[in-house]
Design a protein around this ligand. Sequence first.
Ligand code: HEM
Length: 414
Amino acid sequence: MTTTAGSGFFARLLDPAQRSDPYPLYADMRAHGPTRLGRTPVVVLSSHRDCTAVLRHKSASVERHHASIPLGPTPVHDLAGEHAGALTGTASMLFRDAPDHTRLRRLVAKAFTPAVVRTLEPRITEIADAALDRAAERGHLDIVADLAYPLPITVICELLGVPLDDEPLLRQWSMLLARSLDPISATVTAGRPDPAQIAGASNELHDYFEQLVRRRTRSGEDLVSALIAAEESDDSLTHDELISTCVLLLIAGHETTVNLIANTTLALLRHRHHLAILGVAAPFAAAVIEESLRYDPPVQLVPRIVREPIELPEIELAAGDLAIMLIAAANHDPAVFPDPTRFDPARAHRHLAFGLGQHFCLGAPLARLETSVAITRFARRVHNPRLAVDPPVYRDHITLRGPAAMPVTFTDIA
Ligand code: HEM
């Protein structure tokens, strides 16, 4: 259905008041059907059927230059034509179609296979336990600041070979860059990120990796060294691609997983019988995590540019259209997930939280393992945890949505 109601939905999507629970809005959008924003080439899709069809479609591109309106090199929906800053640079695999995408993804894919990732479990457990030990000493625990953030940032820094002492700098840039993934509009300014600040953070992070790469040799065991070796040994990677890949892995490697750990812990604290089961049965974590990915996905939307017209049952997408797939809405589509607002780890899973098709999340095995360790150690070690604030305060981010803080009270951390 093509309507002008789109602008109203879009204003609600950008409204910070929606952040703690955007799901009623998504239900309205899904009930309305595919929505074109006024006369723009921007279409929002919210059913599981439409999102799946576009993500699998050969004419759905991630390359921004196919768009019929000006877009920055990031998936920012920028109706003003004003570019809010580069997340990773257009040289990263996230913004490239095949065959460049295939070449870039292959270079790092072997570091993230389930078998390789499994070898990290002892170290991930050590990091999670150290985080809980520190909270026990202090006598207070904020799930975001004390567990959900330190765990993935430490892991990805160690994998890349980035000194953890630089983490405060990285945190600041990365938070700003994560905002460059948000849709923005010329007409809705509430909570809008400052484009100059985002562009500054992007430059700083790219410079940071330039310097790191200059200091590093190809003989190290970390991922940055492996990429340098690939750059030097043949033509498989340009210098821009090397830097963009580092930036992508750093940001994708933690900004999303922070939210998955926090969202999953939140769901468990609101569904205490599941938390109790997890405390005595660690294998239950896998089902809890899949349901959390469906129920409250860390990435709420992904964009595609239409190269050749795509026919959907209720709308035809034209070449140059920007399709925004609201995967968080698709994950609550009652046609696929009966009683979608119920948190039920026993469901069979077809969620879109990690995307679909060629750009399916490379880090999914790592994200699942980190979250599994975090929630099992939490369920085992933290006695009588209760949310101190419910709902928690959310970050302003729309695309990478999650709590800003999540203090919990407890009687003991064993
Ligand atoms: C809960 C955690 C995570 C979620 C929900 C998530 C979600 C996603 C989604 C939805 C995409 C597809 C984007 C698109 O189709 O446009 C994606 C791509 C990607 N993710 Fe993740 N991600 C997570 C964790 C990670 C981690 C830990 C890493 C790596 C270290 C990572 C690395 C990547 C990369 C490199 C891509 C681009 C893949 C490509 O273009 O082929 N992600 N992720």
